[in-house]
Design a protein around this ligand. Structure first.
Ligand code: 13P
Ligand code: SF4
Length: 311
């Protein structure tokens, strides 16, 4: 149920959007009120594509920092804002640029395929970027005689090694949301709902992925539940995606995969830093703004463009 103040906030945000000639891009893990207001809701690849082609003057990025940074790299002349500048990502944090640089210098023969969940500085040190949607295609595009360094998500990396048959050096990063789904509780749920399909994001641990009926990026998971003739799903990714699943498939049942403890850790604490109120304020004040040095933008653009050209 929407409260009067939320309706007013919605209206103000839409008014400001017009005045600023802004576009609101939102990731599927944003709270449902933000998803409902956005011009476009999507996964990391789709959001990058939208950012690359928009003719809006201001990009309001309702997602985490690396996503807004990507929008800035693709649009250096545009203003890019984010409701909360502290909306980070554990994967991105697990790969600090100085460490990554040192590792690359010590292993100059490795071809660096870097997940988009990384800082602009790490992207600038990489050969090509990928998202969970296009990772397999990107890995398959790397010449067979080049050994790959895959960073920073070891779970996605391990999954890709299995899918592509390529041997890769994996950076030891993980997502704090996807690493905590409980194998034991998922098996209990499968027992209680024998017809339910388990769908999982490839950032999950192997102990969970081994039981999955379908593995994919957020958009691929959404398309799967829309298209397949099944009625019940156990969803092993951040719970925010279930909002769109219920919108598209109101007659189907979606059960969030349970975390190991009784915490709400299947919610990404970084994504949830953005709220409707902060979105409103960021449009009124046109800040926090994402700013990056020109030379960093130029360097990070190269591997990002390589990815967009291939996908
Ligand atoms: P997607 O690109 O699949 O939306 O994943 C982004 C992400 O951060 C998953 O945790
Ligand atoms: Fe990062 Fe995990 Fe949050 Fe995605 S869900 S933004 S990978 S911390």
């Amino acid at each position: 149920m929407l409260f009067q103040s939320e309706i007013l906030l919605d209206e103000e945000i839409l008014k400001l959007k017009k005045e600023l000639n802004a576009i609101i891009l939102a990731h599927y893990y944003q709270e449902s009120e933000i998803q409902d207001l956005a011009d476009f809701v999507g996964d990391s690849l789709e959001l990058s594509r939208q950012a690359a082609k928009t003719d809006a003057d201001v990009i309001v990025f309702a997602g985490v920092h690396f996503m807004a940074e990507t929008a800035k790299i693709l649009n250096p002349r545009k203003k890019v804002t984010i409701p909360d500048l502290n909306a980070g990502c554990s994967l991105s944090d697990s790969c600090p640029a100085p460490l990554f640089k040192k590792f690359r210098e010590e292993n100059p023969n490795l071809y660096a395929v870097t997940y988009i969940n990384s800082s602009a500085a790490v992207k600038a040190l990489s050969d090509i970027i990928c998202t969970s949607s296009n990772a397999e295609k990107i890995i398959n595009s790397v010449p067979l005689d080049r050994k790959i360094l895959f960073s920073p998500d070891r779970n996605l990396g391990r999954y890709l090694m299995k899918k592509t048959g390529r041997d890769m050096v994996l950076w030891e990063g993980t997502c704090i949301v996807h690493e905590q789904f409980s194998e034991k509780k998922i098996l209990q749920l499968k027992f209680n709902y024998p017809d339910a399909l388990l769908i999982a994001h490839p950032e999950c641990e192997e102990s969970v992925l081994q039981y999955a009926d379908f593995i994919g990026s957020t958009s691929k998971l959404l398309n799967f539940v829309r298209e397949i003739d099944a009625k019940e799903f156990i969803v092993a990714t951040e719970v925010g995606i279930i909002h769109q699943m219920r919108k598209y498939c109101p007659d189907k049942t979606f059960i969030p995969a349970p975390p190991d403890s009784s915490c709400a850790c299947n919610e990404c604490p970084y994504m949830k830093k953005n709220t409707l109120e902060k979105l409103y304020l960021c449009m009124v004040n046109q800040e926090p703004e994402i700013t990056l040095p020109e030379d960093l933008i130029e360097k990070a653009y190269i591997p990002l463009k390589r990815m967009l050209d291939l996908s």
